[in-house]
Design a protein around this ligand. Structure first.
Ligand SMILES: Nc1ncnc2c1ncn2[C@@H]1O[C@H](COP(=O)(O)OP(=O)(O)OP(=O)(O)O)[C@@H](O)[C@H]1O
Ligand SMILES: [Mg+2]
Length: 260
């Protein structure tokens, strides 16, 4: 079975995409699911959150442009069952260069093709930048499912409609006919506010069956961990943030990684 590819995306910045990618990847790998993270964001936050450096000439940039196999860019994260294709600054330039190429939407998919059957990988997580530009579009075209992280705040639903609409656009254009909305995970959820609950309710009404039961709470521990290059399971495994990401991971496994 080829690895399942999940793109973690939202065109809005700072809504927990990277935190979710890194901690979901960590939880999966610790449960014995061989997982690869692809850092498609020129900011390289997923790379640095795992304690690694952006490496000029060693990231996803060149294979993305050439459509070459990504296998040679896979690095160990120093953790069992967890690998990464790191980001590099030039990725921002890649976006521009891509636009003049043929098949500019499906470059990442072509580069990933072989990798899906290597390292015994069962899951590939693609951390997207906060735009709907070509880096995110390539991620969505390479993915089986889109996971949207949605911050529990006013107007969250507006942006959600936009990114979910991209799924249909890519399908209609024939760029990725198999893409589906895999799920919506509420992040930075604050139990004490009515607003968080109302946003959840509203999103659930619009997208029944898509919202994960687990909401990720707003907690300082989750924001501290990356500065130590650690996942929440390494930094504070007993914290509420770790418990939430564990419960979320279980839902992800049930939804995408368990064969029925
Ligand atoms: N549940 C949470 N509780 C508290 N802080 C959080 C939580 N999730 C993320 N953060 C913090 O919020 C900030 C934004 O999170 P993150 O980097 O995961 O978002 P992002 O969507 O990847 O951002 P960008 O769009 O810039 O890539 C970071 O400083 C992160 O540590
Ligand atoms: Mg990010």
């Amino acid at each position: 079975m080829p690895a399942v590819v999940l793109a973690i995306a939202n065109q809005k910045g700072g809504v927990g995409k990277t935190t979710t990618t890194v901690n979901l990847g960590s939880a999966l790998s610790r449960q014995g699911v061989p997982t690869l993270i692809i850092d498609m964001d020129p900011q390289g936050n997923a790379t640095s959150s795992l304690g690694l450096e952006k490496k000029p000439g060693k990231g996803v940039y060149e294979p993305l442009l050439s459509g070459a196999d990504l296998s040679g860019r896979v690095l160990s994260t120093g953790r069992k069952n967890l690998w990464i294709v790191p980001s590099e600054l030039d990725l921002a330039a890649a976006e521009l260069e891509l636009s003049s190429q043929e098949n500019y939407l499906t470059k990442l998919r072509a580069s990933l093709d072989r990798l899906k059957n290597e390292y015994g990988l069962q899951c590939i997580l693609v951390d997207c930048p906060p735009t709907l530009g070509l880096l995110s579009m390539n991620s969505l075209c390479a993915a089986d499912h889109l996971l949207v992280t949605l911050q529990s705040e006013y107007l969250a639903l507006e942006g959600l409609g936009q990114i979910v609409g991209v799924i249909d656009q890519l399908k209609n254009a024939g760029a990725n006919p198999g893409l589906s909305l895999g799920g919506i995970v509420m992040t930075m959820y604050d139990n004490r506010t009515r607003l968080s609950y109302e946003v959840w309710q509203e999103v659930s009404t619009h997208y029944p069956d898509k919202v994960f039961r687990t909401a990720i709470p707003r907690t300082i521990r989750l924001s501290e961990a990356p500065s130590f290059g650690k996942t929440i399971f390494e930094y504070d495994p007993k914290s509420v943030g770790a418990q939430a990401y564990l419960a979320f991971t279980k839902e992800v496994v049930d939804r995408f990684l368990t064969q029925s």
